[in-house]
Design a protein around this ligand. Sequence first.
Ligand SMILES: [Zn+2]
Length: 64
Amino acid sequence: MNFYDDMMKRRIQYCAVCEKPRKYVVEDLAVGTRAFCSEKCYAEFAGLPFMGEGYYGLEEYEDE
Ligand SMILES: [Zn+2]
């Protein structure tokens, strides 16, 4: 594993908004890959309205 992979793995361990353990990982954000504990945090981070858990259909992330 190289340094960049290691850094990215660490970055996606915790929610980008509230720093709780992550549940979802979203790779196609304008700022790159970020992790979120809930769709509420995802919506807040992305500047989207929160419409309820499951609305955006984020897939739960599993370590390989
Ligand atoms: Zn969160």
